[in-house]
Structure formats: C-alpha cells, structure tokens
Ligand binder design. Structure first.
Ligand code: GLN
Length: 542
C-alpha cells in the first residue's frame, strides 16, 4: 500500500517546507522505504517557466521536460529520485485542464465548481502514478490561510476519507519566534496556524516547529496541548549550518520516528545515515578552499541559482574543499575592465540567462578567462556567450551575435526553428508563445573521442537537461574549430552543438545544457567535480 504524507506550512513562508519534505524523504529512504515527492502550487501560472527568477527563483527542469518549482530540485538532490512532470502541478494547470474539459462538453451540462470539480482534479493528480512506492510526500505551496491554497487544503482533507484508514498523515511546519524584548519564544503563532488548519478540517499528526533557540520542555507541552498533538510529535527544528545536515538534525529530533508511529508502523528496518554523516563531515572539515566568480544577471536573488550553488558545493565535496562563491552582476564589466574583479579568482562561471542586459559583460568575462588561463565554465547562455567571444576575437567575425538580442548579420547563435524529440519534430518560430516552448528536458549528446569532456564523463554518450530557445549555429563550426574552439559534444544527428572546449587552456568548457540540475551531494556532477579540481590547481598557482 502506498502511504501519503501531506506537508503544509503556516505562520510565514520561507520556513523550509521544501527542505523538510526532502529531508523526510531521505530519512524514509534511509530506513529502506521507497519514496516519491511532489508539490502542489496554488498560484495561477500554468507552470513557473514564464515567471521571472526574481519572483520565483530557479525553474527546475525534469528529464521529461517539465518546468517546475525549485523545491523539486531539493527533492531530487536529497533522494536521488528523478522528478517527473507528474510531480508538480499549479492551480493554473488544474484550471486549464478543467476549462478544456468544459469546452469539450465533458461535464455533460453540469455547473463546474470548485467542489467537486477542482478538488477532484487535484486529488486525481495527487494520486496519479504513485503505485510503485511506499511513501508519497506531497507538499502544498504557500501557507495555510492563503485564499489561493484553499482548494488544495480541501482536497487533501477529502483524501483522508477517500483513502484507507491509516493511509495518510498531515505534517505541519510552523514558526516559534523569539521575542528579544521578552527574552521568550512565543507559541501563539503556531497555535493560530494550527487553529486555522483545524477550522478547515485538517488535524496535523506531526508538528514541526522552526526555532532559533532550543524549544523549552514547557513550550513543547503547551504547543502539544493547544494544538491537539502528542508531545513527542512536536518536533523542534533549529537552524543548522549546512542544508545537508537537515536530515541528521530532523532524525535527532525524532521526525522520522514520529511519522512512522503516526502510520502505526514501528521502525522495523535499520536506519543507515552514513551517507549524510560523510557529506556533513566533508563540508565541515575542508582541506582547502577555492573562490569561484559567478558572473550572472540575477545575482541579487540567490534562489535564482539554487541548483548551481548546490552543484558548486558538491564539486567542493568531491575535492574536499570549501567553495567560496563571488556573485558578480555582469553589467559591471560593460563599463570597466574585468581584471580588478576576476584576477584573484580560481574559476569563472557564466550561468544560464535570458535577454540582452548584461550579455556583453558575460562575453568580456569569457574573454578574460580565455586570455588569463583561468578555468571557465559556461552553462547554456554562458556557452553561447563564450562562442560569440571566440567568433569575434579568434575567428575574426567582428559582428558575431545572438538573434536573441535582435537582428544581426552574423547569427552565430540563432533561434532553433525545428528539432527532433522523442515525440517527433518540434517546430517553432519567433512568434511562438513563451510558455513551455523551449528545447526542454533530457537530450543525448555524443562526445568527441579524446576530448576533455569525454575524459571527464568517462563516457561516449551522455544525457543532460536543457532549457533554451537558441542554439550555436552549426554553419560556423569550421571557422570556429579552425580558430581553436572544439565542438566536443554534439546531438546524435550531428546538428546541434552541445559542448565546446579549448584544447590549449587549463579548463575552458561550455555546455548547452544544465548539468547543475543533476548534481547530488552524494554524487557530484563530473563537470562540477572537474571544474573545482581545476580551480584547486589554479589556486595553487597564485
Ligand atoms: N537565453 C538563451 C536561450 O534561450 C539561454 C537560455 C539559458 O541559459 N537557459 O537559448
């Protein structure tokens, strides 16, 4: 029987519901159970793909090409279970499905309503494609009390009756703030949050309380009493120094034990947390450090580069070093020389991005890295900018540019209008809608024999996730290769350049895909491990 754990949040947002879900998934795995994690997002966008990174942080892309919430990245990093399209849904998507059905006449004349039509659609989504696992952990976005969230809360309330007795539980995450003037932790916000939840018919089985200070026994009992939860099921959650310590900390405060108890399952299976202990030990005891400059556009909101930041940490774990990241707004290099800001760093990374603003600064950073022999990692947009740089400054194509920035006579980076997917030929033009219309999801690439990337992957063919509309124009291949930029990874039909590198540079690699999405703390991505290794070598030079 598949069991369901519904995870909700209260009091304020940003308490770490996604991390709680991911860590609980990891703990259940450590007890030998199989898990699947999914997220229900109450906002009205059909998916987060059209939202600005400033609004919603990173868009996490799955193998099957869905643009999803960044929490799915946490789920995958903590559990190693690849997320799927069916693991994230929004109100927008639910309403889209319902309105399509209504227009087709599927409701046979009925008045279409929130209850039962919207709630049924949410329930169907929640239960779909889950037979193969022991536990489904399902996080509800937002906080209890949000108008948008109500249909989702109502749906998970109904599911308790739809499912077998003991087949689902509710875990609620709240805040216990510290009021400095009174020198006290305050339980009232938690009481109110649970009251709100109970008023819509949901009684939490386990309460997780974020606090900055140790939760005194009296407070724990008080919360239990007022929130109608057993004392042991009130789980204190204090801040920890690295997110990878979260599973260990939650285990120490009894989270997994209480969850299993709520299901009436005694923990028969032996718990193995050595994987997490090893990672935390490595992070806390680095043998050295490197500094990486990330030259990007959304550097004031680090959530926009969530997976990237984690993948760099994983590269550090692989090399037993701490990775210090300097986030640099690329526009800076449009007015001033790069040297002052980049001379001292051990590696330069230009991440994915969209639009003209800051592009010339990224091109300048790629040039500086190439000329100064500093390791350079160009991801998606970062590869495209490195190719433009090579075209302009090595191949002598002075007006080389990307059609993303407007009309250009030398379309070294151009809009892809037709390409092959598993489902057939995808066709696009400049007027196509923006939502879900990029080259999205996993595509294979064939690596050139003897290339640096083939050595790093130790493979001939790889599969990585994409999210972009423009491509390096194959028509320029010969001129660029003659100038020294090797096309070391190609789509299997040889049409789409997937990776480039320089032969005579310590480490200069551009990739059209997003390797950061597949990196895990216990399985650092080979490109990130190798990039940090190169940065370690660089740090010993200066
Ligand atoms: N803007 C570029 C494109 O659409 C790169 C996208 C990205 O970096 N994810 O092709």
């Amino acid at each position: 029987m598949t069991r369901f754990i519904f995870i909700t949040g209260g009091v304020v947002s940003s308490l770490g519901k996604g991390l709680l879900s991911a860590a609980l998934g990891a703990l259940l795995q450590a007890r030998g159970y199989s898990v699947r994690l999914r997220k229900l997002d109450p906002y009205l966008n059909v998916d987060p793909g059209t939202m600005s990174p400033y609004q919603h942080g990173e868009v996490y892309v799955t193998d099957d090409g869905a643009e999803t919430d960044l929490d799915l990245g946490h789920y995958e990093r903590f559990t190693g279970v690849p997320s799927k399209q069916s693991d994230n849904v929004t109100s927008g998507r639910i309403y889209q499905i319902i309105l399509e059905k209504e227009r087709r006449g599927d409701y046979l004349g009925a008045t279409v309503q929130v209850i039962p039509h919207v709630t049924n659609e949410i329930k169907e989504f929640t239960l779909k494609d889950t037979d193969d696992v022991d536990f489904v952990l399902c996080e509800i976005g937002g906080t209890v009390g949000d108008i948008e969230g109500l249909p989702f809360f109502e749906s998970i309330r109904q599911l308790k009756n739809d499912l077998e007795p003991g087949q689902c539980i509710y875990v609620h995450l709240t805040l216990v703030p510290y009021v400095a003037a009174a020198r006290e932790l305050k339980t009232k916000p938690t009481q109110h949050s649970v009251k709100e939840l109970r008023s819509i018919g949901i009684q939490p089985d386990v309460l997780v309380c974020r606090t900055e200070h140790e939760l005194p026994e009296d407070d724990r009992r008080k919360i239990a009493l007022f929130c109608n939860v057993r004392r042991d099921a009130v789980i204190p959650a204090m801040d920890v120094s690295t997110i990878y310590e979260v599973p260990l900390a939650y285990h120490a405060s009894g989270l997994d034990t209480e969850v299993l108890k709520a299901f009436g399952l005694e923990h028969k299976k032996k718990l193995d947390l050595t994987r997490w202990e090893r990672i935390v030990r490595r992070i806390k005891n680095p043998e050295g450090e490197v500094t990486i400059a990330v030259v990007g556009k959304y550097t004031s909101l680090l959530d926009a580069y969530k997976s990237l930041n984690e993948a760099l940490t994983h590269g550090g774990i692989a090399n037993k070093v701490r990775v210090n990241v300097e986030w640099i707004e690329s526009e800076l290099f449009e007015g001033q020389d790069c040297a002052a800001r980049l001379e001292h760093v051990d590696g330069i990374l230009v991440p994915g991005g969209f639009g003209h603003r800051g592009a010339e600064g990224k091109i300048a950073a790629a040039k500086f890295a190439r000329q100064s022999n500093i390791p350079y990692f160009g991801i998606c947009f970062g590869m495209q900018m490195a190719v433009i740089e090579a075209a302009r400054n090595l191949a002598g194509i002075a007006s080389a540019n990307s059609t993303e920035f407007g009309k250009t006579s030398e379309k070294v980076i151009g809009l892809l209008t037709e390409w092959q997917t598993k489902k057939g030929t995808e066709v696009r033009d400049a007027k196509s809608g923006k939502g879900g219309t990029m080259r999205l999801g996993a595509y294979p690439a064939v690596l050139k024999k003897g290339s640096k990337v083939a050595g790093i992957y130790g493979a001939k063919e790889i599969s990585e996730r994409h999210r972009h509309r423009y491509e390096v124009n194959i028509a320029y291949r010969e001129r660029l290769e003659k100038a020294g930029l090797i096309f070391c990874g190609m789509s299997p039909d040889g049409e789409l350049p997937e990776m480039v590198e320089y032969k005579d540079h310590p480490w200069f690699i551009g990739v059209q895909f997003h390797p950061e999405l597949k990196s895990k703390p216990f399985e650092p991505h080979p490109l990130f491990a190798s990039f940090i290794e190169a940065a370690v070598k660089q740090s010993r030079l200066v």
